[in-house]
Design a protein around this ligand. Structure first.
Ligand code: ISL
Length: 609
């Protein structure tokens, strides 16, 4: 009997290793690959005994937009050697993972989100040797590197597409989606960046239309073709074998398509953004990807969860489904946007109770399994302080600190965008001529063609355009903020003379030094990383208050999301005998009994006893 049991056990073990049903396979489990870098969990004994720990849950992710980070050769474009020169800065922040926006060969129609060779480095950014040096430099400092996998589409300058469009019988034809014109025009597909919002582009060379959800230079790859899928897996292995620590997966919910291309079902009410994420084989492909590649490495994965609602997120991240680990969700980002308008903010602002409800709902989804992501900004969003805080002189620093406190005290991996640690704010261009982003430029052209409100558009873009967060990183108060000795590809925000790394390093109370302090608090606290989340007074329009509890460690986070002084009464259900302030973006607080008098944009974390 004993033998039979051990036989069954061995069989199960063998089955587990060939099917990779354990998601967090470690380096030692996998003999086929040599790992350059062994990831470690937080060695702080306070974390001992916590279940389901993972390095990608404990580390803070810092997103670098390489084009704008640091230029080393004076061409006005950030590059890898520039990043290398700032590795000690990254270490000084205390972050554990860098997510690097695409650094691969690209004609830059969409700043690298249009890739012409997935195994080569963009020439403006440097060489493969530079990349290898950067990766080693990060690993030497205990920082992991996550790359951006842009696999829903390639560039039209990729060799696959050149071949594919050359003839209907070319072996690469089925790498993309073609619709022969003799069948008439295909059913409408909406495009994000096309001047006519049309995702089908006619190509006279073979008298056919090709599909491009994004720009005409970003044709959609045909994932229904197994050969294409194998190409993508081989690309992923190429980077993982170098020691890269994970992928952020660009618009990954869009990869599978109904290739009969019917009109979109009426039930979607014209919502193409949502419809695209319902591809018939999406989860088959993610499971295949996991089985063929992901489960063989100790890496992390995060889906850009475009179009995915809360009720579907577990399909992507539930551990037993063996797909991905995290999904980067954007439900909160719609708060304060005018409906049926193109990226226009409601002048009344956003609703804090709605924000709290959305975050609380998403937290509850992951309470038992899966893992959340927390962010307020990235390269597709405006600057967080302009959008969610207050970027006027009086409150820019305070509200930046509050937002940092929020991102790093919620449950879920924090995704923090470069420059936010300085309190960088929107540049708010007055003229379309200053914009470089295809989204802004093509939308402007679309409005020109259709007689739209151009001035209204320019005003709205000051708050929401993507270029606001893409302006060069502000390193010092010298020429071009120390970003480049040449002419920067995008204008530098004029506030660089006081909002910059150099000045903020010297100021103990700067946004930068506050951010560092908050990162350290996050790292040292099992409650802030793994602790159960409980919100209080969810309808309070000004204050976001919640506790995080892990074993005996309890934290109370109190955030005043307003320009007003607010007397906040700590909810009677929060029981405590004593409290100790762990971080505060003001030097003092008035607290009488359970009433905390919060100054504008005040953020405090108390440890409760
Ligand atoms: O940026 C947006 C709106 O302003 C989003 O709708 C964005 O297009 C969408 O989230 C998909 O984003 C990703 O894929 C795009 C690329 O332009 C974005 O930078 C990237 O994050 C196409 O690759």
């Amino acid at each position: 009997m004993k033998h039979i049991n051990s036989y069954i056990f061995l069989m199960l073990l063998a089955f587990a290793s060939c099917n990779c049903f354990a998601q967090n396979t470690t380096a030692n489990d996998n003999k086929e690959h040599t790992f350059l870098y062994k990831k470690q969990l937080n060695p702080n004994p306070a974390f001992n005994g916590i279940k389901q720990r993972a390095w990608w849950k404990e580390d803070i992710v810092y997103q670098i937009y390489p084009r704008s980070f640091k230029d080393s050769d004076g061409d006005g474009i950030g590059d890898i050697k520039g990043i290398i020169s700032k590795l000690d800065y990254l270490k000084s922040l205390g972050i554990g993972i860098v997510w690097l926006s695409p650094c691969f060969a690209s004609p830059n129609d969409d700043n690298g989100y249009d890739i012409s060779n997935y195994k080569a480095i963009m020439k403006e950014f440097g060489t493969m040797q530079d990349f290898d040096n950067m990766l080693k430099g990060m690993h030497d400092r205990g920082i992991k590197l996550v790359l951006d996998l842009v696999a829903n589409h390639s560039s039209d300058e990729h060799e696959w597409f050149k071949q594919s469009r050359s003839s209907r019988t070319n072996p690469y034809r089925e790498y993309y989606h073609w619709w022969p014109a003799e069948r008439g025009k295909p059913a409408h597909r909406w495009s994000f960046f096309d001047v006519n919002e049309d995702a089908w582009k006619y190509d006279s060379l073979t008298n056919a239309y090709y599909l491009h959800y994004f720009s005409q230079k970003q044709p959609d790859l045909n994932w229904e073709n197994p050969k294409l899928r194998q190409e993508i897996y081989s690309i992923m292995r190429f980077w993982f074998d170098k020691g890269v620590d994970g992928f952020r997966m660009d618009v990954i919910p869009y990869i599978s398509k109904d290739t009969s291309f019917p009109p979109i079902p009426k039930s979607f009410n014209g919502d193409y953004v949502g419809y695209y994420s319902y591809g018939p084989h999406l989860h088959d492909y993610l499971q295949e990807m996991n089985k063929e590649v992901l489960c063989k490495y100790d890496i992390t994965t995060v889906a850009e969860g475009i179009g995915v609602n809360a009720d579907r997120v577990q399909l992507f991240v539930a551990p037993e489904r063996n797909e991905l680990q995290m999904l980067y969700q954007g439900e909160a980002l719609g708060n304060g946007m005018l409906p049926r308008e193109f990226k226009k903010l409601d002048p009344k602002g956003y609703s804090l109770p709605v924000l709290k409800k959305v975050y609380t709902k998403w937290d509850s989804i992951f309470a038992l399994k899966g893992w959340n992501t927390i962010f307020l900004a990235n390269h597709d969003q405006p600057r967080m302080v302009t959008r969610w805080g207050n970027d006027n002189d009086q409150y820019r620093e305070l509200s930046s600190k509050l937002l940092t406190t929020f991102i790093m005290s919620m449950r879920g991996t924090a995704y923090y965008y470069n420059g936010d640690e300085l309190g960088m704010s929107n540049i708010k261009f007055d003229s379309i001529g200053d914009y470089k982003d295809i989204e802004s430029i093509n939308r402007y052209k679309f409005l020109q063609k259709t007689g739209g409100d151009l001035q209204g558009f320019i005003e709205a873009q000051k708050m929401t355009a993507r270029d606001n967060s893409r302006t060069p990183m502000q390193w010092d108060n010298q020429k071009n903020a120390g970003f480049s000795s040449g002419t920067p590809w995008l204008k530098v925000n004029s506030n660089y003379t006081w909002v910059n790394v150099d000045s903020e390093n010297k100021d103990a109370h700067s946004v930068l030094n506050y951010c560092r302090k908050m990162v350290q608090l996050h790292k040292s606290s099992p409650a802030l990383i793994y602790g159960q989340y409980q919100v209080y007074d969810i309808d309070d329009p000004f204050v976001y208050a919640y506790t995080r509890t892990q074993g005996k460690e309890r934290m109370l986070i109190v955030l005043n999301f307003s320009n007003k002084v607010v007397d906040y009464q700590i909810n009677s259900s929060v029981l405590y005998k004593g409290m100790k302030e762990r971080i505060n973006n003001y030097s003092s607080t008035t607290i009488k009994g359970r009433t905390v008098t919060l100054k504008p944009w005040q953020a405090i974390i108390y440890q409760l006893f």
